[in-house]
Design a protein around this ligand. Structure first.
Ligand code: BG6
Length: 513
């Protein structure tokens, strides 16, 4: 067995760049080590943490997957993954070589007890060699169908409980967490038969984005916004998560998933709950997650009629992005020629509680839209007494740009210079980049570090994930029962016209990001 060099962090030639606390020593086991997520997100995020001193000095990363591979080949593929995908770190050959030394690989079938016994032995050896204090983090990065097998085998191999009172064992579960309410409940039951809830970290990478967390800073760290943050002053809220990319190589996954399951049940409902929550009593996992749950539970349930009226699916047809012709969804490799899978969803949500009664939240998400942008727009009510009629006075808006141009912008009316009282719309802009420079950490780096430090604030709890599915379930049911013909939109547009009508029917319109 190749041994792992010690005190890795000392050897990296990068300056510590972040104020993130270092995590406990631990072994990180990635199930699904040869997959896309591991390559594109997890390994680069671990490198980022190591490079900024936010990973413990003593750590080991164990890749587990079906295909046979030597430690050396896994190290090469890890180094390549960092080179290609590291988002916010400089990568030198030396730092990469040192980092890759921490990788080992175990090949095995997910339902083979032998393979997990081999894993167990390997973990023990690494523990001794690296003084990892018995701490273990398992990351489920396999296709979801494999999760129950892995959990059963981890349990069978006696790898679930911490070795002693000072060590910990945690498991990160990737989305999609189930594909409907029943399967999410079943998955929770499977996980919670093996692990305690306190060991379980259900990940939604949107919550690791600084600007998403900044929503809480903006709302609860300032005195000026919160007094206005309610039905007395807010007319409606819009949340857009648009991507210019299409389905890429993921047709097999996407054909059975669609935008409602892929984006709405997770990311968009997370954003909605952070916009809408009441101030938590503390910034800790219990308090924040309790408040988020209350929002999800207050969402007005859809009926078959309100699904038809208030939820708009869409699918991209051929079109143009940045002047380039792109294929329609049905022409993508691996997609059925008559596919009815939605690549776009717009919906009107109502939150039946004291703060938000009658304030619509319009959400939308889509692939192959004109550009990649995630933004939250708070539209305030118009001034109650219009002195300046006929001047096109519109509502004031507060726009939170989550990505890619992270920032906050407030629009209001100001007098144009000159003799006459003529008003125009102006904006006050705050840019993250201008204030703080480029973003320091990727979302996955933040969340992995939180997990290794035992902070579950930004992860979902069993009841939260089920409440989100409970809200989405009537849409899935109605779409299944009614059968549907999904409206199309040209790639490079902002979605089908039905999505515009969702707002124009209420006398409103989408903000063009
Ligand atoms: C993932 C979805 O969860 O989020 C993808 O499965 C989507 O379909 C991605 O492209 C978007 O994330 P980000 O961070 O690139 O905006």
């Amino acid at each position: 067995m190749a041994s792992i060099s010690s005190d890795f962090a000392d050897k990296l030639d990068l300056e510590p760049r972040s104020s993130v606390a270092a995590a406990d020593p631990c072994a990180i086991v990635i199930f699904g080590a040869s997959g896309d997520l591991t390559r594109r997100k997890l390994i680069p995020a671990l490198f980022e943490l190591a490079a900024c001193g936010s990973l413990a000095r003593r750590f080991a990363i164990i890749g587990f997957a079906r295909s046979e591979m030597s430690d050396a080949a896994f190290r090469d593929s890890a180094a390549e993954a960092v080179r290609r995908n590291a988002e916010s770190c400089q990568v030198s050959n030396e730092s990469l070589r040192t980092f890759a030394q921490s990788f080992v690989y175990v090949a095995g079938d997910y339902d083979q007890p032998d393979a997990f016994e081999k894993l167990s032995r390997r973990l023990e050896e690494l523990d001794q060699e690296r003084h990892l204090e018995g701490n273990r983090l398992y990351y489920l990065a396999t296709p979801p169908a494999v999760y129950p097998k892995v959990i059963a085998q981890i349990q069978r191999a006696g790898l679930v409980r911490p070795a002693n009172g000072n060590s910990w064992v945690r498991i990160v579960v990737e989305k999609p967490f189930g594909r409907d309410l029943a399967s999410a409940r079943k998955l929770n039951a499977t996980i919670l038969k093996a692990f305690d809830e306190t060991q379980v970290y259900r990940i939604d990478h949107f919550l690791g984005k600084d600007t998403v967390q900044n929503l809480l800073a903006l709302r609860f760290g300032n005195g000026i916004f919160e007094p206005l943050w309610n039905r007395n002053y807010v007319d409606h809220v819009q949340i857009t998560t648009a991507e210019s990319l299409g389905v890429e190589q993921r047709a097999a996954f996407y054909e059975t998933t669609g935008a409602l399951r892929d984006m709405v049940q997770s990311h968009l409902l997370q954003l909605t709950s952070l916009v809408a929550i009441e101030p938590p009593s503390n910034f800790d996992a219990t308090a924040v997650r309790n408040e988020k749950l209350k929002v999800l539970q207050a969402l007005r349930p859809y009926t078959p009629d309100s699904v038809a009226a208030d939820v708009v699916p869409g699918q991209y047809a051929p079109g143009q992005i940045d002047g380039e012709e792109v294929a329609g969804y049905r022409q993508e490799p691996g997609v059925r020629a008559d596919s009815q899978t939605e690549t776009f969803v717009a919906a009107k949500l109502l939150i039946d509680n004291w703060r938000w009664a009658d304030v619509p939240f319009y959400i939308r998400t889509g692939k192959r839209m004109p550009r990649r942008v995630t933004e939250i727009v708070i539209n305030f009510r118009r001034a109650p007494h219009l002195l300046f009629r006929g001047q096109g006075i519109d509502t004031n808006t507060l726009v939170l740009n989550i990505q890619p141009e992270e920032g906050i912008s407030i629009s209001f009316h100001a007098k144009l210079p000159g003799q006459f009282m003529r008003l125009t719309r102006v904006a006050m802009d705050f840019s993250y980049r201008a204030a703080f420079g480029a973003s320091e950490r990727s979302a996955y780096a933040t969340l992995l570090n939180d997990c290794m430090r035992g902070d579950a604030t930004l992860f979902d709890r069993a009841d939260g994930v089920e409440a989100a599915w409970a809200f989405v379930q009537p849409i899935l049911t109605a779409w299944e029962q009614q059968g549907r013909s999904v409206p199309t939109y040209p790639a490079g547009s902002w979605g089908p016209h039905e999505a515009d009508e969702l707002l124009s029917g209420d006398g409103r319109h989408w903000r063009r990001p």
